[in-house]
Design a protein around this ligand. Structure first.
Ligand code: NAD
Length: 497
């Protein structure tokens, strides 16, 4: 059955498919606008809201409006239009797959064609929250200085064209300007990207952009205490492929252009700071807390940094999926030793969490064959992810005089990967990174000399390139990759003291 509102009752008659039965809230109801509706948003925040609307806990009727900014989102736009913004969520675990239709996104706007509508919906009094999953690279952070990368072409474009922006920050600012003119309060900006202190980072970057674009607006944001709560998000969500479309059609009988699959695990820890209100997400299982930082540190440094250790070495050895790579004893040993010896010692205690159990769960989740996450997805945007997930662990360990061998191995695996076109078995490698042209050229030219990459200050900062212990180990391990190949280098280092 093709998925759309008219067919929803028919879809509900299919065996083993759950459908939503709530009526969507009308325009004017409290609204969240979400920028960059990808796989993750549809498996996470939109599902928390769907649960809440379905249980109607508290009788709340929130609307969720999705926004796409990039040509990447054109297939999403088409699917959302054809399907009245409905999609199938397949939750997968050892017990099997379960299917449900999610209806919490009421409307989808593709900004390059509907830019005015995007600004209007954000500027409307009903908009309480603008949330986003714009990827780690979407914050325009210059890692060298930690400040806004003012030179970025999107920032330059939006400074020159404030009424016709193209970046998320440009739209946010344009809408805030209208709210100010209309005597409204600023909406709350909720970053749901994997970044330590994601709300603080969003605040810093958006405020810096506002100061450049419109100093009065920047002042207004400050005076009105615009809120940028932090949150920790977690649910492994592979990129949707035809395999998933086929699964949804053949196993559940739904013709869905854009389903999403994910693990059954989910976690969302949110700093409770929403001056204009928020849905009662805690009724759908979110943890609302005054301090997210210990949860974020745990998640980013154990899960996301380990993902980086897994993906490049895994792909170089010839794997394409996380469970295959995790089945390689040397790879799982690399993850375990990095977590135990170089990351855990520098984590703060996390209320209610046993870190040993958490690490074991991370390993199990990566190895979950039902989810079958893609290594290329995990290794997307390595330049931002190495900087955001791995290097903070390096810095903490260095300050404490600790080891950085496996963290350096992870960095070296990324540099080596960038210098290759094929894996150890002769299959072509894939690469996705907005900085690819520059980092790849440097890795190819530099070969086994790590300096070529370590000198990228916007990734490694001014401190790490010149740190003899770290830079020396990355260089030594990179040379081993070139001398003995990925399997050889891995075997040597994970089995050394
Ligand atoms: P996806 O590829 O399905 O979607 C990415 C979305 O981000 C697309 O809409 C794309 O247009 C947009 N985007 C890319 N670059 C952008 C930019 N510079 N500015 C604005 N938008 C941009 O990816 P996804 O799985 O939905 O992941 C998105 C983000 O969600 C990740 O980067 C991460 O921070 C977070 N996240 C993902 C997972 C996961 O398992 N997939 C888990 C936790 C957190």
């Amino acid at each position: 059955v093709p998925l759309n509102l008219a067919n929803l009752p028919k879809v509900g008659n299919l065996p083993n498919v759950r459908i939503p039965t709530y009526a969507r809230a009308p325009a004017g109801a409290p609204t969240i606008v979400h920028i960059s509706v990808g796989g993750f948003h549809r498996a996470h925040q939109a599902v928390y809201l769907d649960d809440l609307l379905q249980s109607n806990a508290g009788g709340e009727r929130w609307r969720l409006v999705g926004v796409g900014l990039l040509p990447f989102d054109i297939p999403a736009r088409d699917a959302m239009k054809a399907q009245d913004c409905l999609y199938t969520l397949i939750e997968r675990d050892q017990k099997g797959d379960s299917a449900r239709v999610i209806a919490s996104i009421s409307e989808y706007l593709y900004a390059p064609e509907q830019g005015t509508n995007v600004m209007e919906v954000m500027a409307d009094a009903s908009c309480r929250i603008v949330s986003m999953t714009i990827t780690e690279g979407g914050y325009f952070i210059h890692e060298g200085t930690g400040d806004l990368n003012v030179e970025h072409p999107d920032i330059q474009h939006d400074l020159a064209n404030p009424a016709a922006p193209r970046s998320s920050f440009g739209y946010i600012l344009a809408a805030l300007r209208k709210r100010k003119a209309n005597g409204l309060q600023p909406f709350t900006v909720l970053s749901c990207d994997n970044m330590q202190s994601n709300g603080d980072v969003a605040k810093k970057m958006i405020s810096a952009f506002a100061k450049l674009a419109d100093p009065e607006l920047a002042l207004w944001l400050e005076k009105n205490n615009a809120a940028f709560p932090n949150c920790m998000v977690d649910r492994i969500t592979p990129a949707t492929t035809d395999v998933h479309r086929k699964l949804v059609a053949e196993k559940f009988g739904i013709l869905d252009q854009w389903p999403v699959t994910c693990e059954s695990f989910r976690q969302w820890v949110v700093e409770d700071h929403f001056p204009l209100g928020r849905p009662a997400w805690e009724k759908a299982g979110a943890q609302m807390t005054p301090d997210v930082l210990p949860y974020e540190l745990m998640k980013i440094r154990l899960l996301n940094a380990s993902h980086q250790a897994l993906c490049y070495t895994g792909m170089l050895i010839g794997h394409r999926y996380a469970p295959e790579a995790m089945a390689d004893a040397n790879i799982s040993k690399l993850l375990r030793r990095m977590m135990d010896e170089e990351v855990t010692p520098y984590l703060k205690p996390v209320p209610g969490v046993n870190l040993e159990d958490y690490k074991s769960t991370v390993i199990e989740r990566f190895a979950n064959p039902a989810v079958n996450d893609q290594l290329l997805r995990i290794g997307t945007e390595g330049s931002a992810r190495i900087a955001k997930f791995v290097l903070p662990c390096v810095r903490d360990s260095l300050v404490a005089g600790g080891k950085v061998k496996f963290l350096s191995f992870t960095v070296a695996s990324w540099i080596y990967y960038l210098g290759q076109t094929k894996d150890e078995t002769g299959q072509l490698l894939g690469f996705i990174d907005p900085m690819l042209a520059r980092v790849q050229a440097a890795a190819v030219a530099g070969k086994d000399d790590a300096k070529a990459l370590l000198e990228f200050k916007e990734i490694f900062g001014a401190d790490l390139a010149g740190n003899a212990k770290f830079a020396g180990q990355v260089d030594e391990i990179l040379k081993e990759f070139y001398a003995s190949g990925p399997s050889g280098a891995l075997k040597k280092y994970v089995n050394s003291a």
